[in-house]
Design a protein around this ligand. Structure first.
Ligand SMILES: O=C(O)c1ccccc1N[C@@H]1O[C@H](COP(=O)(O)O)[C@@H](O)[C@H]1O
Length: 205
């Protein structure tokens, strides 16, 4: 079964709907580089409303360690996600499980970076280019998804209710991660797209 993370939640009602429809995790974005950035107060409200067994992932992109510490203290996320050029030892300094995102916009050239994160609990392959922020709706060539890595791989970038089944068929990821493909505006989730996305993933197996 392919796990599902719905990223860029800014409203309690959207996070609750994702949980009700069967999302395994929701993502909260804290980096100032995002249109989906949440305040600590928003994040706390979403985190405390979520039912049990739905994970909370806190996303950063080349941010100060101080911000990461503040979020850990205030929100108690289950996982951290680092989306920038943070090295493995920097990501590991918080003593928390983390996902490391790799910008696959560079194509095959980005693949060697996957070996640089032995401490990561999982590797997230996203469609954006080096230096660009994620959450852009850009897909990459799913056939580049490696099959020989020990860590679970999460597929992200430009996934939608329409293309996610094909993405799973080609890439066989442990999980899929979506932000813009289930939105009506940045940070505002569309209930129908959310339902269609989760249904499409569950049908794909
Ligand atoms: O969502 C954001 O605003 C964001 C900002 C900076 C770094 C990462 C971000 N989101 C991540 O990007 C993937 C792909 O997004 P999309 O589905 O292509 O819109 C998303 O799942 C988040 O993990």
């Amino acid at each position: 079964m392919t796990r599902i993370k719905c990223c860029g939640m800014t409203r309690v009602e959207d996070a609750l709907l994702a949980a009700k429809l069967g999302a395994d995790a929701i993502g909260l974005v804290f980096t100032a580089r995002s249109k989906r950035r949440v305040t600590l107060a928003q994040a706390r409200a979403i985190a405390s409303a979520l039912p049990p067994f739905v994970g909370i992932v806190a996303l950063f992109m080349d941010d100060d360690a101080e911000l990461v510490h503040e979020v850990i203290e205030a929100v108690q996320p289950d996982l951290l996600q680092f989306h920038g050029e943070e090295p493995d030892n920097w990501c590991a300094q918080f003593g928390r499980r983390f996902l490391k995102a790799i910008a696959m916009g560079e194509g095959r050239a980005a693949l060697h970076k996957l070996r640089r994160y032995p401490s990561a609990a999982g590797l997230l392959l996203d469609g954006h280019g080096l230096g660009e922020a994620g959450g852009s709706g850009k897909a990459f060539d799913w056939s580049l998804m490696p099959t020989d890595l020990a860590q679970p791989l999460i597929l992200a970038g430009g996934l939608t209710p329409t293309n996610v089944a094909e993405a799973i068929r080609v890439a066989h990821p442990w999980a899929v991660d979506v932000a813009s493909g289930i939105e009506s505006a940045p940070g505002i989730k569309d209930p129908q797209k959310l339902a269609d996305f989760i249904h499409a993933v569950r049908q794909a197996g």
